[in-house]
Design a protein around this ligand. Structure first.
Ligand code: SAM
Length: 320
């Protein structure tokens, strides 16, 4: 069996017998007024963060969700779109498609506003998305792409890029590793399927996005996810995994590189009332301005500009 077949088999098992807490982080999931989540759907939260960012959902974007799981995030997206086919979810595992449909049916009993037709579940996979070129506004995936080996990840990202409209967005949540994961764990297909051993480092993960062509990446959240301990994982020292939520924009990469926003700000504290670098960045004295990491590095050369650390939380605004 290939690792992708092992993955499909694993998710077929956990579709039939939910494994509570498989991937999720210990925090309350997104609470939306008037949205009730069926119990089984909640138990099948196999995502490690969230891809549902309400401020990306204005103007009724079309959403393509890759790897539907129990349907939790597809339902959350449908909460915002509320029309037939507003969310298309792609899933290769038959048992998972069936359970997601059952869970969504349950959701109609709990939520007056929701109709099953709001989410269309299609058979397909991340490497061959069953939608036309440049046809969707948003693509989302939660805790799936980390399972892919680097070459397959590149293929999946290229496929996302193909189906996104220009200016469209990729919303992702995945584990990342604070140090490279040793090969004995990377080769363990079941651990990989469980989102525990395929994770890339932050720099590798971001590089994949830039190499695909995304010109802007915003980090929405970065937080501890799992600790791989020395006994169970045959490691010399414990290895921390983090969960990373990102939004990547299909916009051209600037000549001087992609804009990666990690929550840094620049604050001018010189003699004038503002600072202008004549490259599009005007800083009012004393007022923090959000900057991408590239701009932060350039502005850091000036002695009268203070650059704050990354907060690992950024959701809009800024100079780039
Ligand atoms: C870790 S679960 C995450 C499910 C869901 N996103 C969530 O947050 O609960 C991964 C999902 O991706 C599906 N999957 C596995 N291989 C896939 C592939 N090659 N393409 C698309 N989906 C895949 C699995 O069956 C499963 O539903």
């Amino acid at each position: 069996m290939t690792y992708l077949e092992t993955t499909a088999q694993f998710y077929s098992e956990v579709a039939q017998t939910p494994e509570v807490g498989l991937c999720c982080v210990q925090s309350s999931s997104l609470q939306l007024p008037g949205l009730k989540i069926p119990c089984k759907m909640q138990e099948m939260n196999y995502g490690c963060g969230t891809t549902v960012h309400p401020n990306e959902l204005a103007n009724n974007p079309t959403v393509l969700y890759v790897g539907v799981g129990g349907g939790l995030e597809a339902l959350q997206f449908a909460y915002f779109s509320r029309h037939q086919g507003g969310v298309v979810a792609v899933e290769p595992v038959e048992a998972m498609r069936n359970v997601a449909r059952e869970n969504l049916k349950q959701a109609t009993n709990l939520n007056e506003w929701f109709q099953e037709e709001f989410v269309e579940i299609r058979e397909g996979d991340a490497f061959n998305l069953p939608v036309a070129d440049e046809s969707v506004d948003l693509v989302a995936q939660n805790c799936l792409f980390n399972i892919f080996e680097p070459q397959d990840l590149a293929t999946a990202l290229k496929e996302v890029y193909r189906v996104l409209k220009p200016g469209g967005k990729l919303l992702m949540s995945d584990p990342i590793a604070t140090q490279p994961i040793p090969s004995h764990l990377r080769q363990d297909e079941r651990l990989r399927a469980m989102c525990l051993s395929g994770a890339l480092t932050y720099n590798q993960y971001i590089k994949h996005l830039i190499d695909t062509g995304f010109g802007q990446v915003e980090i929405r959240t970065r937080r501890p996810y799992r600790l791989l301990d020395t006994n169970n994982y045959q490691l010399e020292k414990p290895l921390l995994l983090e969960s990373l939520d990102t939004v990547s924009f299909k916009v051209p990469i600037a000549d001087d590189g992609a804009c990666i926003f990690t929550g840094k700000t620049a604050i001018y504290h010189g003699d004038l009332d503002h600072f202008d670098d004549n490259a599009g960045h005007i800083l009012t004295k004393g007022v923090p301005a959000s900057v991408c990491d590239k701009t932060a590095a350039k502005l850091n050369e000036f002695s009268d500009i203070y650059i704050t650390d990354s907060t690992w939380h950024y959701d809009g605004g800024g100079c780039c």
